[in-house]
Design a protein around this ligand. Sequence first.
Ligand code: ACO
Length: 427
Amino acid sequence: MSDTAKLQVAGKEVDYPVLTGSVGPDVVDIRKLYAQTGTFTYDPGFTSTASCESGLTYIDGDEGVLLHRGYPIGQLAEQSSFMEVAYLLLNGELPGKDELDKFNNTITRHTMLHEQLATFYRGFRRDAHPMAVMCGVVGALSAFYHDSTDITDPKQRMIASHRLIAKMPTIAAMAYKYSVGQPFLYPDNSLSYTGNFLRMTFGVPAEEYVVNPVVEKALDRIFILHADHEQNASTSTVRLAGSSGANPFACIAAGIACLWGPAHGGANEAALNMLHEIGRPERIPEFIARAKDKNDPFRLMGFGHRVYKNYDPRATVMQKTVREVFKELNVSDPVFEVALQLEEMALKDDYFVEKKLFPNVDFYSGVILSAIGFPTTMFTALFALARTVGWVAQWNEMISDPEQKIGRPRQLYTGPVQRDYVPVDKR
Ligand code: ACO
C-alpha cells in the first residue's frame, strides 16, 4: 500500500504519494511540487533522485547485489552467454532454445558495416583514441540506416537495437585495426558473437585465426558483467538524448561519449595504468597514503562506486576470471599481484573501510584484457561494446513508457539578476 510524504515549504503543506517498486527504496513522487509550491528540489549528481521507472536492472549497493530482470549477475556470468543476457535485457525473459537461435542468427546477420563507413576511419589519425573513433563512427551510423529510425514503431526500434548490438564488435575491432595499421577483417558468421570479435581484432587475412575457447568464454563473461547497470551516467545520457526523440544511433554515440570519462568507463584503463605505475608491492603504502591525502587529487582507480557500498559483485567474478585466463594462457603478470595486495591492504585500512570503498568491476578487468592482448586504450571501447545492450534496452523501455517526457532538469540560479546592457564604449 502506498504511503504519503508531507512537505512544508513556501508556507504550504502538501502531500506527495510514496511509490513502491518490486524491491528497493520507495520513492516520493514530487512531480507536482513546482505546480503546488513554486519550488524545485536540488540534487546535483542525482544522488537521491529516481529519473524513471525501470524493470531491467536492480542494484542493492549495500548488499552488493546486481540483478538483471531478477537474475543475479553471478548466475548469469557463470551459466549464461552474452547473447542470452542481451535477449533477456531487451525482451524481459530468458529465451527458449529456438528464440535464442533466432536471436543469434539475427545479430550475426547484422554484423557487417555499410562499406562506406570504412572510409570514415581513414579520416582519423592513426593514434586517435578508440573511444574518439567509436563516438564518430557510431554517430555516423545515423546517416546510414534510415529504415530503422522511426522511433514510434517498435519494430524499427528493435531493428536499430539489433543493428547496434551486432555492429559494435565490428566497429570496435576496426578501430583497433586502424590504430595498428592492419587491414580490416570482415565478420565471420560461423563464429559466436565474442569469437567473431576476437577474430576481427586479432586475426589477419594472411592466416586462419583459431578462437581459444577459454579466452572466448572469459571475454563473453566480461561482456555479461558490463551489459547493464541501471541508471548510471552513460545510460542516463542515452535516455536524456533519446527523450527528445533523437536518432537512436546518435543517442548511443552520446552514451559512448559519457562512458569515456575516467570516473566512469575510462576507469578500467586508468586502473591498469595505476597498477603499472605502482609496479611493485613495496610501493603500495605510498599510493594508499596518496589516495587518503585530501591535498592530493590521486584516487585509487577501480575503487569506490556511487551505488556499491560493498564489494561490487562483478569484481568477484572478474578476479576469478583473471586466474582462469592466466592459467589457460600460461602467463603471469606482476600487476595482478600488485592488484591483489593493494585490495587486501586497502580493505584493512580505516579510510577505505569507513568510506565503504571496495574494488569495482574495473579493478581487475584491465588485468584480464591486457593478458588477452588488448591495449589499454581499447578497454573502454570493450565496455562500450557490451554496454550497448543495456543502452538500447533502456532506450527502448523509455520510448515505450507512456509517462516518458523530454528530460529537462531544473536549476538553482545563482548568477546576476536582471541588469541593463551597456554598449562596449561605455563599459
Ligand atoms: N580513492 C580514494 N578516495 C576515494 C575514492 C578512491 N577511489 N573514491 C571515493 N573516495 C573518497 C572521496 O575522496 C570522498 O571522500 P570525502 O567524503 O572525504 O570527500 C568519499 O570517498 C566519497 O567519494 P565521492 O567522490 O563523493 O563519491 P561518488 O559516489 O561521487 O564517486 C566514484 C564514485 C566516482 C566511482 C569514485 O569512487 C571514484 O572516483 N572512484 C575511482 C574511479 C573509478 O574506479 N570509477 C569506476 C566506477 S565503476 C564504473 O563506472 C563501471
